[in-house]
Design a protein around this ligand. Structure first.
Ligand SMILES: Cc1cc2nc3c(=O)[nH]c(=O)nc-3n(C[C@H](O)[C@H](O)[C@H](O)COP(=O)(O)OP(=O)(O)OC[C@H]3O[C@@H](n4cnc5c(N)ncnc54)[C@H](O)[C@@H]3O)c2cc1C
Length: 424
């Protein structure tokens, strides 16, 4: 296939900007247009539920790139310009204003949109979500000391939002039907410690589903009716502000309309290739074929953007590594690498009571996952061990006296160290 002379990137979040960055870094010299439905310079999302909500960061502090970068890299940013259709067969994209622009390759980086509560009243505008700068600004204004805030969903964003709200002096209720949220992702021990921390910080934690949301016209108060199904006790929680943090839906409309393969995201193959040879998909909207889940994390968006550049330019792909994410709450940091669901057994390093500890997940003699609270060094080393795919000794891993970095050094001298990895 001939090299592209024009690339259109649809969506201007991290995955999109990362794709543009990597295209230029790999020597792509052609036209590069970045279409953003949002106005202004593209920004990073993780700070929205942390420093931005706390009122400690302004928009300029969270930009993905400074303004001059777009000029220097010849990235033609069209902000406030949504794309309404992609036309891969004709080689172009159609903007919402009807203008059709040519593009040899299209990168879909349309991200995700927050799920609304699937119950009566769940889509009431009084129920906040947190995805965009505007969402964060709107919510921040509501987090006043002593105000009653109910957060539905105690996963990553819900937990972070509840933690910020209680730090700002709000009276916070956190509702989730799952007794220990995140256990499937980071294991029972870590998930349990983190969830109990909410209560210790003064958050009222309720295990229940939501049955309906009641917001009478003109009323400031919102009533959250909890299910009385045995899990929940049917109580009604009155709040000044309700936030739903129950996950996202991938924004796949453009891909579907163009006839691409879509199944819980735009299905991609190594190099972020979709079912159309001229279209690539990256970030939260994409799901790698053969993987059950989409990795809706910062690092996956960043790496996916870079992988798409390789795919577009037909370059050999860098080896795929273990997935990684972090989350901050109540002054501590959760980090996880790999997939805990792949682990046959776990090894604990450190004492959960101490507040800083690591859980390592093993399958056979290989490390496949790790999760930790405030143990960045362990996670960094674990990630390298997983990526190198070397055999490990569980007793050595469990020994607090062992610096995990030395495990890799030992394996370097071992004769049977296997290092084959698949490509992203
Ligand atoms: C509040 C919050 C906190 C987070 N915290 C963490 C964290 O602590 N750790 C972590 O690992 N991950 C975190 N994440 C996840 C991480 O930020 C996302 O995985 C990442 O931002 C995804 O990037 P993306 O480029 O795929 O999508 P997005 O950032 O969603 O960007 C997609 C963009 O495409 C635009 N768009 C959609 N349709 C069109 C169209 N038709 N035309 C033009 N533009 C369009 C959208 O407006 C949007 O700007 C957080 C996410 C949020 C929302």
């Amino acid at each position: 296939m001939s090299p592209p002379r024009s690339v259109a990137v649809v969506g201007a979040g991290l995955a999109a900007v990362s794709a543009c960055d990597a295209l230029r870094a790999q020597g792509y010299d052609g036209e590069l247009v970045l279409y953003s439905a949002e106005r202004g310079l593209p920004y990073d999302r993780p700070p929205l539920s942390k420093d931005v909500l706390l009122g400690e960061a302004r928009r300029d502090d969270v930009l993905l790139r400074p303004e001059r970068w777009y000029e220097e890299q010849r990235v033609d940013l069209r902000d406030g310009t949504p794309v309404r259709a992609i036309r891969p067969h004709e080689g172009g994209v159609e903007r919402a204003d009807g203008v059709v622009a040519g593009a040899d390759r299209v990168v879909l980086a349309t991200g995700g949109t927050p799920r609304t509560l699937p119950v009566p009243g769940g889509d009431d505008p009084a129920v906040h979500v947190l995805r965009t700068w505007q969402d964060a600004e709107r919510l921040r204004e509501r987090l006043l000391p002593r105000s009653r805030v109910t957060v539905v969903g105690a996963g990553l964003i819900g937990a972070e939002t509840a933690a910020v709200a209680v730090a700002l002096g709000c009276r916070v209720t956190l509702v989730d039907p799952v007794p220990v949220p995140l256990a499937a992702v980071v294991g029972d021990e870590i998930a349990g410690v983190l969830h109990r921390r909410h209560t210790a910080e003064g958050i009222e934690v309720i295990t229940a589903g939501v049955e309906r949301v009641e917001h009478r016209p003109g009323a400031t108060e919102v009533l959250v009716h909890l299910a009385g199904d045995g899990v929940g006790d049917g109580r009604v929680v009155a709040a000044d502000t309700v936030v739903a943090g129950i996950g996202i839906r991938p924004v796949t409309g453009l891909a579907e309309a163009a006839g691409l393969r879509v199944d819980n995201g735009v299905v991609v193959h190594p190099g972020q290739r979709t079912s159309h040879p001229n279209v690539f998909a990256v970030g939260d909207v994409a799901r790698l074929d053969g993987h059950r889940v989409r990795h809706e994390h910062w690092d996956a968006a960043q790496l996916g953007g870079a992988a798409a550049a390789h795919g577009i330019l037909g370059r050999p792909l860098p080896p795929a590594g273990a997935t990684w994410f972090w989350s901050d709450r109540h002054g501590c940091r959760l980090e996880a690498v790999g997939t805990m669901a792949d682990a046959e057994r776990t090894v604990l390093r450190g004492a959960p009571d101490s507040g800083a500890f690591t859980v390592l997940g093993l399958s056979g003699d290989r490390l496949v996952a790790a999760a930790a609270v405030d143990r960045a060094r362990d996670i960094k080393a674990a990630r390298r061990i997983i990526d190198r795919d070397v055999p490990v000794d569980p007793a050595l891993l469990a020994d607090e006296g062992t610096d995990l970095r030395t495990v890799l050094k030992r394996s370097d001298t071992a004769p049977d160290a296997a290092r084959g990895r698949t490509h992203r």
